[in-house]
Design a protein around this ligand. Sequence first.
Ligand code: PLP
Length: 426
Amino acid sequence: MELIATHLFTIMYWKKRSHEQIKEYIFKALDQNLDYRGDRPILGIPGTYLDTTEFYPDAPFLKDAPYMSAMVRNPNHIGVHTLSEESVLEVFEGTQKIEKELIKLVAEEIFNGDPDAQDGYVATGGTEANIQAMWIYRNYFQKEYGARLGEIGLVYSQDSHYSMPKGGNLLNLQSIILEVEQDSRIIKKESLETKIKAAMEDGVKYFIVIANLSTTMFGSVDDIDLMGDFFTNMNVPFKIHVDAAYGGFIYPFTNTTSRFTFQNPYLNSITADGHKMLQTPYGTGLFLIRKGYFDYVKTNEAQYIPGKDYTVSGSRSGANAISMWMILQIHGSEGWKYKMETLCDKTERICKKLDRMGVAYFRNPYLNIIAIKSKYLSKELAHKYYLVANSYEFEPEWYKIVVMPHVKPGTIDSFLMELEGEIRSQ
Ligand SMILES: *Cc1c(COP(=O)(O)O)cnc(C)c1O
């Protein structure tokens, strides 16, 4: 009982480091990488330093800028670094170790995984990480069950990100799109039942299931347990991938009883973008998966890569992993939690005002997205404040506010005042 109880709560903790400590750590790692400017006789590796006409390495600010230095030193993080003790390309051993530490930190502290039980890498973004998951599970069903292409279905809600149909299209998977309830954005139980039944009658036997941990438009969160229980009861092989591209670096900090952890057996892999909530540079989509799955996408033909390749992307910049590691370290778990809770408080304040005005909206209490029903505000007001519409092709039904760190209280106040003015004059 004791053990089960502790697993219900995510107790994450990592200490904050100072800028000086981070700088020292990164420069030490860069020094363990092979330097193309050094004395080592490097004839065979095709990478080299950046063109020096623009990127001169003796720019004085670089010695205080570890991330910029990493970009100029240009380490290649091709492959997956959690798979073995050896590095993929020994020449970039120093910074590849940082990526390994990053994966461990996020998998074990933020998503409560058991020690050394997860693999992962820094993909180009959420799109790639989602496609990586679909690719792995497609090959898994083919290899383990002898599944044919037409027998594998890709299941996701209508509110899911467009990387699902994109990935389905690339990988030749049949999309099974579940309807959601108009106001609550919850997946309709009867849609799940009828769509899956129909797919099975069409010969689909294996299911790749996407559970959203914050949809892009609404911040709605799918019920992973309900989905897992449903497919378990249907007695069909399935794997659940969680799309937390948006929610991955906020929800686990604001909801301490999150079901989206590796302690939940239904969760097999997860996408968490750095370049959404974590405020890292673009190119930082984290992909995490339980150990034992990467082999299904091993490209054996990658003969010249000592560690082989398992990713959609191939060559990728090590600076991206470094940027994520740095942001997590400078805040520590407590600092990041405080920051995310503050965003939720701000969001809550807006919601309270909207309630008082009688404006209908959708919001998950652990997230910083508010989707307002379009009939409550004019197109002009939505446009003035850069609210995002759910459709630019058809008449929008919703406009969303995303309470990001750049959103100032004054901007919120003026928006709410103008909205109130519009409502009064109706
Ligand atoms: C942004 C987003 C993605 C795609 O991420 P990119 O980094 O743009 O590729 C996928 N899913 C959700 C829910 C997102 O918000």
